[in-house]
Design a protein. Structure first.
Length: 558
């Protein structure tokens, strides 16, 4: 069975070739088989510790996602050109009307505990996303499937649009065209029903024994988790594809201040050195380490809580945007290692509205003060802080993750910049997990610093649609600022019903213009990643969105 129609991402702007700067120690490209011994382990540095949410349906940090990418597999994955390739699926097809997706699994698939993996597990994974007790970040994946609404509301005990044909064949049917369906369904990590089925989804985050001892089907299985220190994996001998070339893989939590020394003395093999000074990165290169640079799939930003009256006026938000020297943040704090953005979209994406009518929001203190005054904020008592007509001073707290020096530096710059326009900012530094609970879960914040990771297929709905916001405490919601605009909602919905890329691009242009005007965030810049690696590390070819591309093929020659 061949696919009648394969949807591919013709994202030419995303296909930015990784720039590989090779030091003197990385010239030997012979295969491990020809060279001889392969090093027993690869040690990969993480700047922030995973939280232990090792379940792809509920994880919500980059670092838990890194763990999950090694442990779990989807039906499909992306290759280096962002085309789909088979993983758990042996083959798939898309109906002519683009409403039905059929997947056939490979034979004799096994979970890492040796039990068989079947379409019942696939069905369970996606039914969970439709469970009314599920409150994770992936609800949008199944919303358009036939019968999901009825199932979620308790009017049906099964989902009409998910049909298990046999142990190896499963079918998904949508109510209408959903342009990101194949990517969303195909690449979500599948979880085992025999592990999670006895626990109600709202209890998952409390199930630490299950979370920290995950059972997946990926190339590596987790064998040890030391909270705040490391995560250790070993090769999965039941993996359906080529077995991992390296027996052990370790994520080591490494202080950014010591990462350069650890690379140099060989205690880590791969590390993100994007935040090192250029001269220090050059020093690593001169010592023989490889440097790999590529655009990151994220945007650095400062969010504002639109639930608060002071931020509801768009002129206030625009004033703050004009009042922050984003170019200085990029040039001085990041040495130009990134691209300024004016909408919450990746500049490397085909969907970024480069030709739209966008305000650039170049640093302009006078413009900023003018907008604040128009919004009713001015310094009436000459103490340097603006007040409204109720004599309430514009004083805010800025939540910033601890142990992330670049974020702390950006927060200090913002504090200084906003002081110039009469806004007093107190910086509140807190551990990342606590910040997530306070900001994303409880919605108790004025402003916050964070990094927004974006998917390969542009779909802003999980982050910006009115339905993605929550004002209820202890309810995680990824429209963190609680931005609600029916005009933007309409365009986000419309884009998901259009497969033609040029038409989608035009829709996202209109969406981008709205987000540029409304500035629910202060968009800073999209950074580039620079990774330093052991000069003998082979087959390491990450790119935007795919940090662990073909990780099973990575190895180090001894």
């Amino acid at each position: 069975m061949k696919a009648k129609k394969v949807i591919t991402i013709l994202a030419s702007s995303l296909l930015i070739a990784s720039l590989v700067l090779t030091g003197c120690g990385g010239k030997d490209n012979k295969s491990a088989e020809n060279k001889g011994k392969v090093k027993e382990k690869i040690v990969y540095a993480l700047p922030t510790a995973p939280t232990g949410i090792f379940n792809p349906l509920i994880s919500n940090t980059t670092y838990d996602g890194a763990v999950n990418s090694l442990v779990y597999s989807g039906l499909l994955s992306y290759d280096k050109e962002y085309k789909f390739k088979n993983e758990l699926a042996e083959e798939y097809k898309v109906s002519d009307d683009e409403l039905t997706y059929t997947f056939k699994l490979k034979k004799d698939l096994k979970w890492q505990d040796g039990k068989p993996l079947t379409t019942k597990d696939v069905e369970y994974t996606f039914k969970t996303l439709a469970d009314k007790k599920y409150d994770g970040p992936n609800k949008n994946i199944v919303e358009g499937i036939k019968g999901v609404k009825e199932y979620t509301e308790g009017k049906a005990d099964k989902i009409e649009g998910i049909k298990v044909i046999d142990d190896r064949t499963i079918e998904f049917s949508f109510n209408e065209v959903y342009s990101v369906a194949l990517g969303n369904i195909g690449t979500l990590g599948i979880i085992p029903e025999h592990v999670w089925g006895s626990v109600s989804p709202e209890k998952w985050k409390e199930s630490s024994d299950l979370l920290t001892k995950p059972v997946g089907s990926g190339p590596y299985k987790l064998v040890k988790f030391e909270n705040g220190q490391s995560v250790e994996f070993e090769k999965n001998n039941d993996f359906y594809g080529d077995k991992a070339k390296t027996n052990k893989f370790i994520f080591k939590v490494t202080n950014p201040d010591t990462v350069q020394g650890e690379i140099a003395n060989g205690t880590i093999d791969v590390a993100d050195v994007s935040d090192l000074k250029a001269k220090d990165r050059d020093g690593l290169k001169n010592q023989g380490f490889n440097l790999v640079s590529y655009p990151k799939n994220s945007i650095l930003y400062m969010g504002m809580n639109l639930r608060e009256d002071k931020f509801k006026d768009v002129k206030v938000r625009q004033a703050i945007m004009y009042g922050i020297n984003r170019q200085e943040a990029l040039d001085k704090l990041a040495e130009g290692n990134g691209t300024i953005v004016n909408v919450p979209m990746l500049p490397s994406s085909w969907a970024y509205p480069k030709n739209a009518n966008l305000e650039e929001y170049k640093y302009n203190v006078e413009k900023s003060k003018e907008l604040l005054k128009e919004a009713g904020w001015e310094d009436r008592d000459n103490d340097g802080i603006v007040e409204n007509n109720k004599n309430e001073k514009f004083e805010v707290k800025l939540h910033t993750p601890s142990n992330q020096k670049p974020q702390e530096q950006r927060a200090l710059l913002i504090q200084s910049n906003l002081k110039e326009i009469g806004i007093k900012v107190d910086i509140l530094t807190m551990e990342f997990t606590a910040l997530m609970d306070e900001v994303v879960g409880n919605h108790k914040f004025d402003m916050y610093m964070m990094n927004n990771m974006l998917p390969i297929e542009p779909d802003p709905k999980p982050y910006w649609h009115s339905t993605a916001a929550s004002d209820k405490p202890k309810t995680f919601a990824w429209n963190i600022s609680s931005y609600k605009n029916p005009e933007a909602d309409k365009l986000m919905d419309e884009a998901l019903k259009v497969v033609d890329m040029e038409k989608r691009k035009e829709i996202y242009k209109g969406y981008g213009e709205i987000m540029n005007r409304d500035v629910p965030w202060v968009y800073l810049f999209s950074p580039n990643i620079v990774k330093a690696t052991n000069s003998k590390l082979k087959n390491f070819t990450p790119n935007t969105n795919l940090d662990f591309l073909n990780v099973e093929n990575w190895y180090i020659e001894e």
